[in-house]
Design a protein around this ligand. Structure first.
Ligand code: ATP
Length: 362
């Protein structure tokens, strides 16, 4: 397993800048995710790590080895694709063996390796089947075995679960995670599915228009998004806009529903700046009685209420017209109905202050 380092990587296709000046450091054994919307450059970055693309600028390192100019077959990376890319005319065994075709390995050792790889993905009982006799999940497990059979230093996965149905995706998530834990191998995983990234990653790089806009643990990205794009992309978020009126140990923002206070630690935000107070729906709750000192309470009217099984979701119009979502878990009974006047409470430390740069800006 290796540490993977990208330094100032830029990759263009003609006039399209697919990846721009990306710096990333992935530790040995990390399960690192590249997350972002379609076309943001995730696959291009992954293929640059694999060696299929050579960047115009920047360098790629495996540990301290500069591999920027090293061809893919000399990098010892295993790749798993969205469409499995299995050979239809070959059996499961032969497909996995194909992964070893460019390597000079004695036949007995070769058979041992294939057996071991198939065991890892629990497909040893299917060795003589052809891919069209397998389910999507089983095909993806064979593709994984083919990537693992070379005993790679790093495994690269490009949207490996997106062809599977929702239940199978959840099952495969767990299996890939367990595999990562037992092998301890460095893995880089591309997805546009934020839930997949939050559930599986040790760290995530969120990409937008070829750039990494924030990287960190799933918890950090969720609780302290760096900007509106990340806040919107990862989970749902309520945004109340306002203007900074106070900066001391806290930050005070004058909004249409009163002055809201966020915690300290916002670099570069000044008095008078337009900002957004970002609060997750599950951090808001209905409230009766007097608020605690560390809380805000705002008034509104329930627009609608939807039963989601494990959650009840409410949409509430605040007095200034801002719409917010509120989630209650384990709903036994509905606690408010459309048209009800309600008070909503949220803790001061549940607010992230984001610079207001307009819709979807980075
Ligand atoms: P998706 O989730 O849809 O696969 P992505 O985030 O992986 O998207 P990339 O496939 O890396 O995005 O594409 C990034 C940008 O580069 C896009 O604008 C895409 O059209 C462009 N691009 C990618 N590959 C090529 C290519 N071979 N030739 C020209 N343009 C390309």
């Amino acid at each position: 397993m290796v540490r993977v380092r990208l330094q100032g990587v830029t990759k263009r296709f003609g006039s399209v800048v697919a990846v721009e000046c990306v710096d990333i450091e992935i530790e040995r054994g990390e399960f690192y995710f590249l997350l972002g919307p379609s076309g943001c450059g995730k696959t291009t970055l992954l293929r640059t790590v694999a060696g299929f693309y050579r960047p115009e600028h920047g360098r790629v390192f495996f540990d301290d080895r500069d591999v920027t100019g090293v061809p893919p077959e000399k990098r010892n990376t295993g790749m798993v694709f969205q469409n499995y890319a299995l050979w239809p005319h070959m059996t499961v065994w032969q497909n996995v063996e194909y992964g070893l075709s460019l390597r000079d390995i004695a036949p007995r050792k070769r058979a041992d390796r294939i057996r071991r790889a198939l065991q890892m993905v629990r497909m040893e009982g299917y060795r003589d089947r052809s891919p069209n006799q397998l389910s999507g999940g089983q095909q993806q497990r064979v593709a994984l075995a083919r990537a693992l059979v070379i005993e790679p230093d790093v495994v690269l996965l490009d949207e490996p679960l997106s062809n599977l149905d929702a239940r199978l995706r959840l099952e495969m998530r767990e299996q890939i995670q367990a595999l990562h834990q037992s092998l301890g191998i460095t893995m880089i995983y591309v997805t546009h599915d934020q839930k997949e990234a939050l559930a599986m990653a040790s760290r995530v790089a969120v990409m937008q228009a070829g750039r990494v806009v924030q990287s960190g643990s799933p918890r950090t990205l969720y609780s302290k998004p760096a900007n509106r794009f990340v806040a919107d992309f990862i989970g749902e978020i309520n945004l109340i806009s306002g203007k900074v009126v106070l900066i001391d140990e806290n930050i005070g923002v004058k909004t249409g529903v009163g002055v809201l206070y966020g915690g300290p630690g916002y670099d570069g935000i000044r008095r008078g700046d337009r900002v957004l107070c970002a609060i997750r729906p599950e951090a808001m709750e209905f409230h009766a009685g007097s608020p605690g000192e560390a809380d805000h309470v705002v008034a509104g009217t329930v627009r609608n209420a939807i039963f989601l099984g494990e959650m009840e979701q409410y949409v509430v119009d605040l007095s200034d017209g801002t719409q917010v979502k509120l989630l209650e878990s384990h709903p036994r009974v509905r606690s408010a109905f459309p048209g009800d006047r309600v008070s909503i409470r949220f803790a001061r430390d549940s607010i992230s202050i984001l610079r207001d740069e307009g819709e979807n800006s980075a």
